[in-house]
Design a protein around this ligand. Sequence first.
Ligand code: ADP
Length: 315
Amino acid sequence: MNLVIENLSKTYPNGTQALKNVSLEIPTGMFGLLGPNGAGKSSLMRTISTLQDADTGSIMLGDIDALKEKARVRQVLGYLPQEFGVYPRMSAYQMLDHFALLKGIKNNRERKEIVKALLHQTNLYQQRNIKLSNYSGGMKQRFGIAQALLGNPKLIIVDEPTAGLDPAERNRFHNLLSEIGENIIVILSTHIVEDVSNLCRNMAIIHKGELLLTGNPRQEIEAAKGKVWKKIIDKEALQEHQSKYNVVSSHMFDGQIIVKVFDENRPDASFDASEPDLEDVYFSHIKVKEQGMQQTSEGEETPPSDSTIQLEKSE
Ligand code: ADP
């Protein structure tokens, strides 16, 4: 089953155009929806999840018209939102049992089996009687997946799931997601490039409501080979490099800065070839988009893109 999104647009009442004619096909497996904060990821996820309407366009999940047949979508959808509210006084077991009942699993014995199986799958069975308020961030996220898996969904949406998780918890969460992604569509919405390169077979980059790229992370990295160049410079030289070269990112390293430049040819002998990664692909697309926007805003002063200055690291 595929999720097919066509020409989806959304403008909020305050005039913010959050989605601009987005078309996207998402197959079974882990799909990364990548974009900086404010790109429109949550707007897209909420629309797919039937939590808000679009102005125009269509979303088909297999034969289900997701914008019209909301009840049918909800039957096959699991959603883990950014902020996941639970009753803190309840234990994981009690809460999941409650959610299962809400999902319509009325038979007690059946519900018990399902709840137990999900707690095992998400590695929470040992801690099933602990109150959710005493769960760590990672445990809460895994509990979120357990509730999203109730009712055998065909599509799971997880919105910025690893924010605030320590590396071990993040790793455990990733393993759980990739296990799930073997059989159903899992959309991972995130601004963390590394999560997408580690986990996703397919991805899309969205920025300011527009789709910039869809593809396979490995192929996109392959296509960037021979086009990424790096150089270590002093902090003071950053601004000069940004105005002279097509700098896509800059990392602090040992008190100095490593700048990366995207260019078909080596800019000059002071640059070394750099093995591209998904972060380079991501920032080069965002840079191209922002440059295009600067050129169209006729002479308006635009501050330099902060994507070239601060890279969000997931650790
Ligand atoms: P992301 O999830 O990628 O951070 P969002 O979809 O939350 O992006 O936001 C996209 C744009 O829409 C942003 O400019 C945001 O401020 C705006 N936005 C989001 N929700 C609303 C809302 N309910 N009303 C008005 N503007 C909104």
